[in-house]
Design a protein around this ligand. Sequence first.
Ligand code: GTP
Ligand code: MG
Length: 479
Amino acid sequence: MQDGATIAAISTAVSSAGIGIVRMSGSESFDIADRIYRSKKKKKLSEQKSHTIHYGFIVDDGETVDEVLVMLMRGPASYTGEDTVEINCHGGVYVVKRILETLIKNGARPAEPGEFTKRAFLNGRLDLSQAEAVGDLIAAQNQYALQSSVSQLKGNIRNEITDIRNQILYHTAFIETALDDPEHISVDGYGEKLRVSVEEMEHRIRRLLDTCDNGRIMKEGIRTVILGRPNAGKSSLMNVLLGEDRAIVTDIAGTTRDVLEEHLNLNGISLNIMDTAGIRETDDIVEKIGVDKAKEHAEEADLILYVIDSSEEMDENDQEILRMIQGKRAVILLNKSDLAMRVTREDVTQAYDRSSESLNDINPAKINEKENLIIPIIEVSARNSSGINELEDTLKNMFFAGNLSFNDEIYITNVRHKTALADAEESLERVRESIDAGMPEDFYSIDLLDAYEKLGNITGETMGEDLVNEIFSKFCMGK
Ligand SMILES: Nc1nc2c(ncn2[C@@H]2O[C@H](COP(=O)(O)OP(=O)(O)OP(=O)(O)O)[C@@H](O)[C@H]2O)c(=O)[nH]1
Ligand SMILES: [Mg+2]
């Protein structure tokens, strides 16, 4: 997977900036640096101590390119695990490119996207989950995404996975040895012992899987859909939240047709917020498509903001929306609170309870869901922005109840990890079934090893080269 070349890339954004950094990693880094670096005292970088910084000039064919600070890190104590040189230069687009060209002219090869991190992985400086955390950290859009990638970068996922894998390895090793040497090691009653351990491992994996939803929300944002009757003020609310006139607002019912999606950062919480067409029965073909789309998005939403025009009585369209939000995380907004209010909190609570009762007749499972979900009702006015702070606080409490501590908590934010965990859980379930069915011991080890391998995908210990390459190709240049 590694060609042994010394690689170089511009690691900072290529635009006019105070400083630019050109990075080089590989066994020839110090030699190449010697060829292009000049200082007043004529020092050779290759003879300097590791982790030191040197002032001087980059020279290309006798011509001085820039005044620089050069940082030296001798492998294995570097990010990649190899000899690394970082050149801090002035951040002009032309300058950084010239320095990169000079390095290449003197023996370095241009790095591929993510190649520095890939080398760190291949040299055992990071496992795959930590390498991915580096990518996530760079892409983080909010405080929570950042904290969860830092936790992953610290190796919290790796530690948990390695621990479970070691347990599996211990059992398979025992079974294999016992089967090879039945005279000295007996597997009698081992199934019972194994069963306890497998259950415990399944429990740990399920706990990780349980964090996926929150993990995804932290990373990608809460999928938030604004629902309500035509003219309730959905688009007005969207605009108030975004702080700009993004959606068209008119007093004509049925103004919004298409779904309009925007990203919003509320006190560190990311919302992917969607304004939709007002829900009503309609013969207008275009509007009907919009209404259907709104309903589809509502199904998939993490959160529904249900906007009620409180200056008018609720009607059968509201009844329908109340049914749609059953069993979902939602906030009900009594909008237009600046006008005389015809709908009160009590009206809404009663209507909500009625619609849940009618649903419970059909689907008793909804009763349980409902007990866990208290739907806040907030009076707002999109016109004069009142109640918006209360909405923000409510959302914060809903999604991050209690103190979120990332110190030792693990959140699964990566779909690849989720799939691997689910597969491993399935394999362990098969082990348990084999034990219960009284199957011979070699059956256990097949599925145990399967789980072992699936979990190894997360840390990268059992990944194929193609997949590893694909993961790193998504990184940015110079990382
Ligand atoms: N008084 C008052 N009027 C509001 C408020 N919010 C919205 N409106 C008015 O209500 C009308 C409809 O607002 P929109 O935001 O377009 O409503 P909508 O829910 O997006 O409507 P559709 O896109 O047709 O479904 C406009 O005339 C707004 O100015 C509010 O808080 N108070
Ligand atoms: Mg609208």
